[in-house]
Design a protein around this ligand. Structure first.
Ligand code: XCC
Length: 629
């Protein structure tokens, strides 16, 4: 097989932009030009806007803000504020899933698809399950989960999933997250004028607030999405813009919360809807996805993935998108004016993400059926408004196998072991592969794409380098789609692996890049790392495992990075976290005396993608050498 090249994809994008220019559309490529060069104060994190005495900017001539805060305090506050935004966002997504679970009922539309998982979680939380109706149990567990957001005492329930050593580190460093909302509120309290300006305190709260996301809100999002919609297992799908269909009604689902997209996918199968599509001249209805909503419905329903963050305008530019329907997060406000240049309807559905030039259909678990149907109807009726002269769907499409939840990874690797004792249902087969050196280690590659890096290039080039070096790559979010789009999630991509990893891919029948889901699903990676540590008797920080976000851009990504580091996993970034203005903050995050000392891991920032890959491989080999394997 051949991977789809960047040259081919860039040429296709150029053609789409050409259509855009014809109809007077704006594009992110143009807006990047308009915004360059970026503000140097912002890039270094040395501008303070937390009160109206300023804004204050730190220069050699003005080393302190008007309140007297130095550069380290200003950079630290900005970093914590950024983290709080990300943690709030992920966690609120998790909360909305808990509310959906609370509304689940036998007659639907939301049902419990994985009752075993619900029972497992209930037992983990000490809830009596015996003789209970599954929906009563769902409501009880959902309510307990919702209380995790505001409980007055104690720490997050999910923390007990971590190895004891990790829990002790968290306790000793005083970063165990308490109520989820409290950690966000505490962060915002600390950054208020006249509160914290001590870098150490700001970094510790950044870790704690991040942990309340990864080991709190995001874990609720992942676990209860599985309960509601099914725990992902390997499923075949397709990826890249060629998944849009010329003769069909194309509905693009975009955002993060599967409560909406699952309903669209479900009701689009309704014969009444298919008939409506046909009545309007189309052959049928085609649903495809963008961003993490795409990951959610791809890994559970095999729905094709049209693209990631920086392809969201491209789906409209094909001229073949009847409706782009969004829930929350990572949605360009540009979609409003852009859709007006085409026949496309831009539908917003959440009070959290209201945008100009969109049609707002307020979606909630209570009105899910009627509103999902209304949106599908709107798309079908809009098919006839297409302007054929503007339709151009690039013929780029890759095969992908997605849906490797922790449970699925454990299951597929059960077959790949030389062990004589029964190790089924544990991570021991994977540990065997790592200990023997057949696989050198693992990289969790996550996060967005960002115009500061040639989009997706960082992800894809790093993945190729890692698998060639027998390092297995587990991915989520837009990183996952970058892989899928070029073909790296095709099982045939094993040909790009080193001999060891190739053998594992053959035996387990897996692609070398494993799709673990959306960004809230990075909580799955934390559970996998914890299981690996427990099954091996090692600490998480000793495992030859690192995290990487080569093209990250959002506040959520910083919150994620913080909880990954705080879990003991060294994390490698290709885009600056805007702390370069402070030597003290840089040392606490990237040096030996901050997170490394407290939590056994830190950040490495390297903008040269090739060097970033070398640094990850070197860290993995260092960890192997320290273990004597
Ligand atoms: Fe958004 Fe989740 Fe980033 Fe992609 S990876 S651009 S945050 S969609 Ni989360």
């Amino acid at each position: 097989m051949e991977l789809i090249s960047f040259e081919t994809m860039d040429a296709a994008t150029e053609q789409l932009l050409e259509t855009g220019r014809k109809v007077g559309a704006d594009s992110w490529q143009q807006r990047v030009k308009n915004q360059t060069p970026h503000c140097g104060f912002g890039e270094k994190g040395i501008c303070c806007k937390f009160c109206s005495m300023g804004p204050c900017r730190i220069t050699p001539k003005a080393p302190r803000g008007i309140c007297g805060c130095d550069v380290h305090g200003i950079v630290g506050r900005n970093f914590l504020n950024f983290t709080a935004g990300g943690s709030a966002t992920h966690s609120d997504h998790g909360r909305s899933i808990c509310h959906t679970l609370y509304q689940a009922k036998k007659e639907g539309p939301y049902t419990v698809k994985d009752p075993d998982k619900l029972i497992r979680i209930a037992k983990e939380w000490g809830v009596e399950t015996e003789g209970k109706d599954i929906y009563d149990l769902a409501h009880e567990v959902a309510e307990l989960a919702l209380l995790e957001y505001g409980k007055p005492f104690g720490v997050q329930r999910w923390l007990s999933r971590a190895p004891e050593h990790t829990q002790k580190l968290w306790h000793d460093a005083e970063v165990e997250p308490r109520a989820i909302d409290r950690e966000v509120a505490t962060a915002l309290h600390m950054t208020h004028m006249g509160c914290s300006s001590l870098p150490e305190a700001l970094v510790k709260q950044s870790m704690r607030c991040g942990l309340s996301d990864g080991w709190g809100g995001s874990m609720c999002g992942t676990e209860f999405s599985d309960v509601l919609f099914g725990t992902p297992k390997p499923v075949d799908t397709t990826a890249n813009l060629g998944v849009m269909e010329k003769d069909m009604v194309n509905i693009v689902v975009h955002g993060h919360d599967p409560s909406l997209s699952e309903m669209i996918v479900f009701y689009a199968k309704d014969p009444e809807m298919a008939a409506l599509a046909k009545a309007n001249g189309a052959k049928g209805i085609n649903i495809c996805g963008v961003c993490c909503t795409s990951n959610e419905v791809a890994m559970r329903q095999g729905i094709p993935m049209a693209g990631n963050f920086l392809q969201q305008e491209n789906v409209v530019l094909t001229g073949a998108c009847e409706v782009i329907v969004v829930d929350v997060q990572c949605i360009f406000p540009a979609l409003g004016p852009l859709s007006k240049c085409f026949h496309t309807k831009f539908v917003t559905t959440s009070e959290i993400a209201r945008m100009p030039d969109s049609e707002f259909i307020h979606f909630s678990p209570e009105n899910a059926t009627e509103n999902a149907k209304a949106i599908i109807r709107m798309a079908c009726e809009n098919y006839k408004n297409r302007k054929p002269e503007l339709v151009n769907i690039p013929q780029l499409k890759s095969k992908a196998t997605v849906g490797y939840s922790t449970e699925a990874i454990v299951k597929v690797l059960d077959g790949v072991t030389n062990s004589h004792v029964d190790v089924t249902g544990t991570t021991k087969p994977l540990l065997d592969c790592i200990t023997s050196g057949v696989i050198r280690g693992a990289v969790a590659m996550v996060g967005c794409n960002n115009p500061k890096v040639r989009p997706d290039h960082g992800h894809v080039e790093l993945m190729k380098k890692l698998i060639a070096n027998d390092i297995i790559v587990i991915v989520s979010g837009c990183s996952a789609q970058a892989a899928a789009r070029v073909g790296l999630m095709d099982k045939e991509a094993k040909q790009f692996c080193g001999e060891g990893l190739k053998r594992v891919c053959e035996l387990a029948d897996i692609p070398p890049i494993l799709h673990m889901g959306s960004c809230v699903d990075i909580s799955r990676m934390m559970v996998l790392a914890s299981d690996l540590a427990k099954d091996s008797g090692l600490n998480i920080s000793q495992l030859p495992l690192v995290g990487c976000a080569p093209e990250w851009m959002s506040e959520k990504a910083v919150s994620i990075g913080n909880y990954v580091v705080a879990t003991g996993i060294d994390t490698f970034l290709g885009v600056d976290p805007q702390v370069g203005g402070s030597s003290e903050m840089t040392e606490l995050l990237c040096g030996e005396s901050g997170t490394k000392k407290w939590l056994e891991a830190n950040y490495t920032v390297e903008k040269d993608i090739d060097k970033l890959g070398d640094a990850m491989i070197a860290r993995i080999e260092e960890k192997r050498a320290a273990l004597g394997i």
